[in-house]
Design a protein around this ligand. Structure first.
Ligand code: NAP
Ligand code: MG
Length: 403
C-alpha cells in the first residue's frame, strides 16, 4: 500500500508523562503506517525545557509561525513539587502561555460527541465550542484591601502630559476592598478576529455575550469592537455561508445555552470563558473527549488535547500497573492538525484520511470499547474498560478495515 503524502511540514511538539506515552502510540499505530509526513520535532519534555533554559518552547512557537500548523502534546507546568521531582533550575512558565503569547492566539475548546454518552443538558446534540479571551480583566488586576475610611479612585495619567482623568470608585467609611482592571482595544479586536476566523472555518454560528447593560463603558467596548470587526470583515462571508453572529447579554446567553441544541461558538470574556468552559466540558462528559485549538489572527493553528499530562495514570504506568487512559483528545489533536494541513495544501486525501481516523475512534467507543473514564459515564455501561494500548489497537484495527 502506498502512503498518503502530507505536502507541507508539520510542527510536532512532544510533552510529558502519560500523554507522551500515548503520543508515541498514536503516531506508531494510527499515523505512520499510512502517512508520509515531514515533521519538525520539538521536545518540550520538562527536562528538555530545563536544559535549554526554555529556549525550546520559543523555538517551537517560532516554528509554528514559520510553517503555520502545529500539534502539541500536554506538558507539565512546573510548580514547587515538579522542580524537586525533575531537579529543575527554576519554575519555568507554562509552555502553553508562552506559545499563546507568541502567536497572539485564542484557545477554542470543542467536545467530541459519541452516541453512548449523553450530555448532562438534554437539549445538547451538537458541540458547543467555547472561545475564551485570554487577556486582561480580573486576571491582570490591581487590587487593594483597605483597613479604614478613605476615598478610592481610579486615575489615568496621559502619556502625552495631558490632564489626569480621575473617578471616585467609593468613599469608604470602613474596611473594604477594591480593584482596577483593564483591557486593550487591540487584544479585543484580535480576539474577535480569531473567533470569526474559527467559526467561519468550522461553519458554525457565533454567539458573543457581555454585561454591557451594567458596564456601559468597559463591556460596551467589547460589544462595539466585535460589531465593528464583524461588519468590516465578516458579515458578507457569514451571509454567504449561511452563518449568523448573535450578540446578547451574558445572562440571556446562559439561559439560552441550556435550551439550545448546540452547534455554535460561544465567545466569552476572560472570566466567563474560564468558568463556562469548565461547566460545558463537564456537562459533555470527559475531559479526555475535549480538543483544543489555538487560533491566531495571523493564520497559525496549534492543536492539542484539552487535558493535562494525566500524572496519576503515569505513576501507575511507571510502577508497571495496567492503565486505562483515553487517547481520544490526542488523536483528534492530530486529525485536526492533518485536516487543516490538508485543507491549506489542497490535498483532500489527507483530509479524508484524518476523517477516517476520527470515525474509527468514535465507532470504537460507540461499539462499547472504551477506557475507564468513559466506562463510568456511558450508557449502556461496558463490562470491562479497556487498557490504554488496547484502546489504540482497537482503533487501529478498525482504521485498517477502512483502507
Ligand atoms: P489532567 O492531566 O488533566 O488530569 C486530571 C484527571 O482527569 C486525571 O487524574 C484523570 O482522572 C482525568 N483525565 C484527564 N485526562 C484523561 C484521559 N486522557 N484519560 C482518562 N482520564 C483523564 O490534570 P492534572 O493531573 O491536574 O495535571 C497534570 C499535569 O498536566 C500538571 O503538571 C499540569 O501542569 C499539566 N497540564 C498541562 C496542560 C497542557 O499542556 N495543555 C493542561 C492542563 C494541565 P482520574 O485520576 O480520576 O482517572
Ligand atoms: Mg477554569
Amino acid at each position: 500500500m502506498s502512503k498518503i503524502k502530507v505536502n507541507s511540514r508539520i510542527v510536532e511538539i512532544d510533552g510529558d508523562e502519560m500523554t507522551r506515552i500515548m503520543w508515541q502510540m498514536v503516531k506508531d499505530k494510527l499515523l505512520f503506517p499510512y502517512l508520509e509526513m515531514d515533521l519538525e520535532y520539538y521536545d518540550l519534555h520538562v527536562s528538555k525545557r530545563d536544559e535549554t533554559d526554555d529556549q525550546i518552547t520559543q523555538d517551537a512557537a517560532n516554528a509554528i509561525r514559520k510553517y503555520g500548523v502545529g500539534v502539541k502534546c500536554a506538558t507539565i507546568t512546573p510548580d514547587r513539587e515538579r522542580v524537586k521531582e525533575y531537579k529543575l533550575k527554576q519554575m519555568w512558565k507554562s509552555p502553553n502561555g508562552t506559545i499563546r503569547a507568541m502567536l497572539d492566539g485564542t484557545v477554542f475548546r470543542s467536545p467530541i460527541l459519541v452516541k453512548n454518552v449523553k450530555p448532562a443538558v438534554k437539549s445538547w446534540v451538537k458541540p458547543i465550542v467555547i472561545g475564551r479571551h485570554a487577556y486582561g480583566d480580573v486576571y491582570k488586576n490591581a487590587e487593594l484591601a483597605i483597613s479604614g475610611p478613605g476615598k478610592a479612585e481610579i486615575v489615568f495619567t496621559p502619556g502625552d502630559g495631558g490632564e489626569p482623568m480621575r473617578l471616585t470608585v467609593q468613599e469608604f467609611d470602613g474596611p473594604g476592598i477594591f480593584q482596577g482592571i483593564h483591557n486593550l482595544d487591540a487584544s479585543i479586536r484580535s480576539f474577535a478576529g480569531a473567533c470569526f476566523t474559527f467559526a467561519y472555518d468550522q461553519k458554525i454560528d457565533v454567539w458573543f455575550s457581555v454585561k454591557d447593560t451594567i458596564s456601559k463603558t468597559y463591556d460596551a467596548r467589547f460589544r462595539d469592537i466585535f460589531e465593528e470587526e464583524f461588519t468590516k470583515h465578516w458579515s458578507d462571508k457569514f451571509k454567504e455561508a449561511n452563518l449568523t453572529y448573535f450578540f446578547t447579554l451574558i445572562d440571556d446567553a446562559v439561559a439560552r445555552v441550556m435550551k439550545d441544541e448546540g452547534g455554535f461558538l460561544w465567545a466569552c470574556k476572560n472570566y466567563d470563558g474560564d468558568v463556562m468552559s469548565d461547566m460545558v466540558a463537564s456537562a459533555f462528559g470527559s475531559l479526555a473527549m475535549m480538543t483544543s485549538v489555538l487560533v491566531s489572527p495571523h493564520g497559525y493553528f496549534e492543536y492539542e488535547a484539552a487535558h493535562g499530562t494525566v500524572q496519576k495514570h503515569y505513576y501507575k504506568h511507571q510502577a508497571g500497573e495496567k492503565t486505562s487512559t483515553n487517547s481520544t483528545a490526542i488523536i483528534f489533536a492530530w486529525t485536526g492538525c492533518l485536516k487543516k494541513r490538508g485543507e491549506l495544501d489542497n490535498t483532500p486525501d489527507v483530509v479524508e484520511f484524518a476523517t477516517k481516523v476520527e470515525e474509527a475512534t468514535i465507532e470504537t467507543i460507540e461499539a462499547g470499547i472504551m477506557t475507564g473514564d468513559m466506562a463510568r459515564i456511558a450508557e449502556p455501561k461496558p463490562k470491562n474498560p479497556i487498557g490504554t494500548a488496547e484502546f489504540i489497537d482497537a482503533i487501529a484495527s478498525r482504521l485498517h478495515q477502512k483502507q
